[in-house]
Design a protein around this ligand. Sequence first.
Ligand code: PLP
Length: 402
Amino acid sequence: MSEPLRLAERLSDIQPSATVAITQRARELRAEGVDVLSFSMGEPDFDTPAHIREAAKAAIDAGATRYTAARGTLELREAICKVSAERRGGHAHDPAEVVVGVGAKHILFNLALALFDPGDEVIVPAPYWVSYPEQVRMAGATPVVVETHVDEGFLLTPSALEDAVTSKTKALILCSPSNPTGSAYRASDLEAIAAVARKHRFWIIVDEIYAQLVYEGFDQRSILEIAPDLRDRIILVDGVSKTYAMTGWRIGWMLGPKQVAKACDTLQGQETSNAAAVSQAASRAALLGSQAPVEQMRKAFEERRDVMVDGLNAIDGIDCRVPEGAFYAFPSVRGLLGRRAGKLTLDDDLAVAKFFLETARCAVVPGTAFGAPGFMRLSYAAGTETLRAGLSRIAEAVRTLA
Ligand SMILES: Cc1ncc(COP(=O)(O)O)c(C=O)c1O
C-alpha cells in the first residue's frame, strides 16, 4: 500500500471546534440510548418566531429563489443599516459598508482572509470564542492570546492590551457580550480600550452577535458609539442567529469601512456567492418586524441565567460569576480539582467535563477549549426543567467525589 496522499499543511495547526465535538459526542450517547442532557451548544432552544417563518414562505412564492448580489440584497443591507443605527446610538452605515454572509462565523473568516497576512499578530482576549484563534491561524497570522481574569469580570484591561501591542499588531478581536463568559463591556471599559487603540494603528473587530441579549437593564453599548473617531477601523460583526433563534438560516453580517466591505465582497464572490436568498428575506423580516418575541426570549434567558448561576453556586467546588449577557455560565471548577471519582482523579477541567458527561450525563464544554483552564462553559439556552435536572445531576455526581 502506498502512503495516503497528503492534506494541506494549513490544517496541521487547526483545532476542530470543541463545542461541536462535545455536542456530537452527546448526540452519539443519546443514539446509544443514554439519557444525556446537553449544555454544550450555543443555540437558542426556541423556534424562529412565526412571523419570520411566514415571511420566508411568502418570499419563496415571491421569487426569492435565485442568486442575489454576493454581498446580500440591497433590501436586507438597508434594513441592517436602519436597525444598526437605532441600536448603536444613531451611528449609521451605508449599505455599501455592509456584507451579508453565511452566518457571523463566515463573516469573521472572510475578515481574517481580507485583513491578516502571515507575520501579523491579532490580539484575542481569553476566554475566547473557539473560532477566533483558529481563523487567525487559517489566515496564516498569529493569534496573541491575552488572559483576562474572573475578578476583573473577564474583561480585557487597557494595560493588558497595551502590553500585548507590538509593531506587528494588525487587529484586536473583542466579543461583547462574550461567548463563553457572558461578560459585557460597559461604556467606561470600551472608552479605556479605545484610548489605547488611539495610540496605535490596528483594526478593531467587535463581535456583537449577543448584543440584544443582556440582563437586569445592563447598558449595552457599541464601541462605535463610544469612540466614533475610530470609525474608519471599527468593524462590527452581527447576525440573526442568537437574537431571533435563527441559527439554521445562516445569516450574519459585517458593518465597517467601505474598503473592508469591498474586500469581503470580492472574497465572497469567489467563495460562496450570496447567502441563501430566502434566509436573507427572513432576516429582513426579523429586523423590521415585531421585536416582541425577542423580548420574550430575552426574559426567558434572564430567568434561566438565575436558575443556572444559583444552581451552580450551590454546588461545593463550583463558583460562578453572574454574566451580564449571552446565554452562557462560565464557572470556575478549580474547587473540584484533585478530587477523586473511583480511580479517576479530576486533574483538570477536561477531566471534570468527562466526569460530568459520564457520571452526571451532562455535556458541558471544558474551559481549556476557550483558553481558560479550570473553568467550564454551560449554555442555559435550555428549558428550566432541563436546567434543574442537569444541575441536580451534577450536584449528585459531585457529592460522590472523594
Ligand atoms: C461569539 C460568536 N460569534 C459568532 C458566532 C457565529 O454565529 P453564526 O455563524 O450562527 O452567525 C457565534 C456562534 O456560536 C458566537 O458565539
